[in-house]
Design a protein around this ligand. Sequence first.
Ligand code: PMP
Length: 316
Amino acid sequence: MPLPKSDKIWHNGRFIAWDDAKIHVLSHVVSYGSAVFEGIRCYELPDGPAIFRLDDHMQRLINSAKVYRMELPYTREELSQAAVELVRVNGLRHCYVRPIALRGYGELGVQPKGCPVEVYLACWEWGKYLAGSDDGVDVCVSSWNRMAPNTLPAMAKAAANYMNAQLIRMEAEINGYAEGIALDPSGYVSEGSGENIFVVWKGKLYTPPLSASVLPGITRDSIMTLCSELGLVVVEQDIAREMLYLADEVFFVGTAAEVTPLRSIDRIAVGNGKCGPVTEKIRTEFFGIVEGKIKDRHGWFTPVKAARPTPVPAGR
Ligand code: PMP
């Protein structure tokens, strides 16, 4: 899917033209993967565009940067405000927002301290992430594991982690699957290359704990909140691979994938191969909220039109 250009990108407090958002090939990030980033959806609600869980995403960006000793010169509030202004100046009704903080051009060695931290925010129009996802997708268990603890930190959303994600995703697609599920280094279920996973088994939901090398997904957190409100029990525990085959229902969650049922895993049908009733109930609630049919009772949305027009100081 080619990237549809929008007009402006935010760079260190200033709006620049989309085509001017360039970095030098010898920027630290290019050789060493030293960037942290976010992926956020802005939905079209009846009152206008609104960004889903914006502050939580910006807090995760700050957390990811903290792990990598990367000093971000902006507060969470400033970053959130910049995202709102970005969507507004680009005049988009719904889009994907990509904040990224990277180590730029300076010195070139593994030690990054001589390289400036550059912060960019971009947004563009975006549709479904997993093709045919409403009816359920066919996935496999990957031959690639997620990172072992004390190697690349899974709780940070860092660019380097996505080399592992690429291996998972490429292998899956080459073999005719929509996505791969990676196991953690102990062989328990971890997550998809870009999604957290939930299993429905005997009336309860199960999801891997954060110790299973998973990203602390914001959709995962939203789904856990909705489940408790719907009276559904969610247990965070290690999930054996075979539970994927025996489960009644399995679904992916994530900003891009939203709530996507899995139809088969390794060519074994999940349940009866259709979206099951628990997944359907959760999808109805989730899509009801993000499509504006159900009231945003959690304060998950930041409306774009209500943004304060004060610009964030440039060039910090
Ligand atoms: N795991 C990985 C590896 C991801 O890249 C994503 C997408 N950010 C997720 C899980 C889901 O996280 P979120 O719900 O915050 O988008």
